[in-house]
Each structure stands twice: as structure tokens, then as C-alpha cells.
Design a binder for this molecule. Structure first.
Ligand SMILES: [Zn+2]
Length: 118
């Protein structure tokens, strides 16, 4: 991809649950502006409805950071936004089921992203 103003420094495409997602690595100055109310220490964040993960170019993108954002993406598919009254034990079961049925796909996404980052 040609690097120009407003474009990510690097963009990686991957499929997640049948949708085309991107991981966009952008300059830290642009990233910092987009953080808004998020923790300023944030290295990456996930925009589920845009099907994209955004990361700063300030740091090497660690495997744990990629996986953390992939989990956000998969959790987004649970559509829990409206479920504010879930008991912790119910939420725990939901997450256990999420990982049981998606861990292979998550690892596959992680490997693909790491390979494309090289
Ligand atoms: Zn997070």
C-alpha cells in the first residue's frame, strides 16, 4: 500500500467469523488523537462496528496485544452491549463457551496477523 496522509502505515486484512477485518497501524500522533477517553497508555483498540483493530506504530505490536484485541473482536460478536445485568457466573460461562468454540480461529487469526506483520 502506498503511504499517504490519512492512510495507515501498514494495513493487514484478515477474516474473522466471515467478515473482512483490518489491522491498521497508524502514526502515534494520529493514534493519540483517536484515543479520546481511552487510557493514554493504550497500544491498540478494536472498533467492532468498523471491523478494525487500530494500533500505534510507537511500539512493536506484541503477540499479547494482538490477542487482546482479537478477543475484543470475538466478544463483540456476543452482542453483550445490551446485557448490562448479567451475573458474573453467567458471564464466565459465556466466555468459556466463546473460547471453547473459537480458540482455534483466534489462534489462526493471531498466526496470520503475525505472519503478515513481518
Ligand atoms: Zn482491551
Amino acid at each position: 500500500m502506498k503511504k499517504s496522509k490519512g492512510q495507515p502505515i501498514k494495513q493487514i486484512e484478515f477474516l474473522l467469523k466471515g467478515d473482512k477485518w483490518t489491522l491498521d497501524i497508524i502514526s502515534h500522533s494520529k493514534f493519540a488523537k483517536l484515543l479520546e477517553e481511552r487510557n493514554p497508555e493504550t497500544l491498540a483498540y478494536t472498533e467492532f462496528h468498523k471491523r478494525r483493530i487500530v494500533a500505534t506504530d510507537k511500539h512493536i505490536l506484541e503477540e499479547s496485544t494482538i490477542m487482546h484485541e482479537l478477543v475484543h473482536a470475538y466478544v463483540g460478536h456476543l452482542c453483550l452491549d445490551a446485557a448490562t445485568m448479567l451475573k458474573p457466573e453467567v458471564l464466565e460461562e459465556i466466555y468459556c463457551e466463546l473460547f471453547t468454540y473459537n480458540y482455534k480461529a483466534m489462534i489462526s487469526n493471531l498466526k496470520e496477523i503475525k505472519r503478515k506483520l513481518k
